[in-house]
Design a protein around this ligand. Structure first.
Ligand SMILES: [Zn+2]
Length: 508
């Protein structure tokens, strides 16, 4: 049994002014894919969360050995950080290398795609749909295709029609990337071995949700996922999955969705009933998706809460400017408010500005610098802020890794972590590189939505600040142009019942 492994995994925020090009991807080819090394590797190490079994294998090669399948690794590209729409030529270069690789791979029994689900490509919209359309055009309909997704993906009927198996993360914050790939690969091997021809049933649910309102350890996602797992265990059903969607993407296919995979044609009627059931359950909860952490209505409110807190350290998420949702990450609002309030002890992690970082490296540790920060990549949410401070620490990026250089600048009571390119601080080690022990400071402002697992576990208190920016949590404040209406929360509550529109069988 020979299974090709390929994919283009990226989360694109098309309202962001920053295009995503080839240099913003990390690309693995051939045997590099099988080793599973690196934070962004197609098979990144997953944290064993409470109530969740850890990954079964240490690498893709080990998994393929166990499944007695021969891997044919082609190309896996992962966006280094979520960003704007992918430039057409960059996408086509990656796609065509995958198609060429598949065509030259000889006899294949299956293809396993490692995808995110929110890949928007210039002039194309859904990159995943175009990719699978191109693969089908190259290999025909006999080869089984399975795909692994992040649950923040927006998928299409055509994708469902042209593929056989989908598996989707069941954790947000994400802790089960490898486990989800294991399920995609294991189900694929099962179907190839058993001669099954699966049939996906896809239902679009007209809602746009910020991921922060649909974390998986709390209701209603907790029970919805339990229902999906129960449906997935029924005879004749391979799996049932929920995609929360990526609501910030202003695209015709942006929405939540569910997919239920019938093992074969005879089980299709049952899968259709179960897909409607799951979609209806998701819709029925539409007014119950809420934040699972403390929320402040503004930066000022968050700062005041943190300063008055008993906890020695409070993490505040500047959620309107969240590069992990694809924003540029240099909205000045939060930094300005900290300085205006003369906050005595805070960290801002971080501000991407290559010129400012360069100036700090030129000046050296101990030097006083005057910098113009923020408002350069994102020019729509405030002008640059001039600050004068002392360079406290310099971290030189590891040239062998996709690492960033960081200058730590003390401005009054605020330590600003200036990076030489876009990034985000999601682990304690990210801060330590900047010479900072975050838990020793009263306020730690991160450009994130929800905190990633390690920070969430470490933070004595976490406040989500509803701040302005391209990842504004209040979707009614964003200027959508392309999403299919009606859709919540842009339209008043409306009547809806599940409709299955995909034909489950390569119709188009
Ligand atoms: Zn995600």
């Amino acid at each position: 049994m020979r299974i090709a492994i390929a994919g283009i995994s990226h989360e694109a925020l098309n309202t962001s002014p920053l295009p995503t090009t080839l240099e913003h991807f990390q690309v693995w080819r051939g045997d590099e894919i099988l080793k599973g090394e690196g934070q962004f590797a197609p098979y990144a190490a997953g944290a064993a969360a409470t109530g969740l079994a850890g990954p079964k294998y240490a690498s893709i090669s080990q998994m393929m050995n166990d499944l007695e399948a021969e891997p044919v690794p082609i190309l896996c590209a992962n966006g280094l950080a979520p960003s704007g729409t992918v430039d057409l030529n960059s996408y086509l270069q990656l796609r065509d290398e995958i198609i060429d690789g598949i065509q030259q791979a000889g006899q294949l029994d299956g293809i396993c795609l490692v995808l995110h689900g929110a890949l928007l490509v210039e002039h194309i919209w859904s990159g995943e749909t175009d990719l699978v359309r191109s693969i089908r055009a190259a290999v025909g309909n006999d080869i089984l295709i399975s795909a692994r997704f992040d649950l923040h993906g927006n998928l299409t009927e055509e994708f469902a029609n042209k593929t056989d198996i989908w598996t989707v993360y069941r954790t947000a914050p994400h802790r089960d990337a490898p486990q989800t790939l294991e399920r995609a690969m294991t189900l694929l091997a099962h179907c190839i071995r058993g001669g099954h021809r699966p049939r996906p049933v896809f239902v679009r649910v007209p809602m746009l949700l910020p991921g922060e309102r649909a974390t998986t350890d709390v209701e209603p996602m907790k029970s919805l996922l339990e229902l999906a797992i129960e449906i997935g265990r029924q005879p004749g059903i391979l799996t049932a999955e929920i995609l929360v969607g990526f609501g910030w993407a202003d695209a015709p296919h942006s929405a939540s969705s569910v997919v239920v995979i019938a093992e074969d044609e005879p089980h299709l009627p049952h899968a259709r009933r179960q897909a409607k059931r799951l979609a209806q359950a998701l819709w029925d909860q539409r007014h119950n998706f809420t934040f699972d952490q403390e929320v402040a209505a503004s930066a000022d409110e968050a700062i005041d809460l943190a300063l008055a807190a008993e906890e020695s350290c409070v993490f505040i998420a500047d959620s309107g400017d969240n590069p992990t949702a694809g924003t540029p990450g240099d909205v000045p609002h939060f930094l300005s408010r900290l300085l205006a309030k003369d906050v005595p002890d805070a960290i801002v992690a971080g501000i991407p500005d290559s010129a400012a970082a360069h100036a700090c490296f030129e000046a050296g540790v101990g030097a006083e610098v005057t910098l113009s920060l923020c408002g350069k990549l994102d020019t729509g949410h405030g002008a640059p802020v001039e600050v004068t401070g002392k360079v406290e620490h310099l971290y030189h990026a590891d040239p062998d890794a996709k690492d960033v250089s960081i200058a730590t600048v003390q401005v009054g009571g605020v330590r600003v972590l200036v990076t030489d390119r876009r990034t985000y601080f999601s682990t304690l080690n990210d801060f330590r590189k900047a010479g900072v022990e975050p838990l020793d400071h009263k306020i730690v402002v991160v450009k994130l939505g929800y905190l990633m697992p390690e920070l969430r576990d470490a933070a004595p208190r976490e406040i989500l600040a509803l701040t302005p920016g391209y990842s504004d949590m209040d979707f009614t404040r964003l200027p959508y142009r392309y999403v299919t209406r009606p859709i919540l929360p842009l339209d008043e509550d409306f009547a809806w019942s599940p409709v299955i529109t995909n034909v489950a069988g390569y119709g188009g």
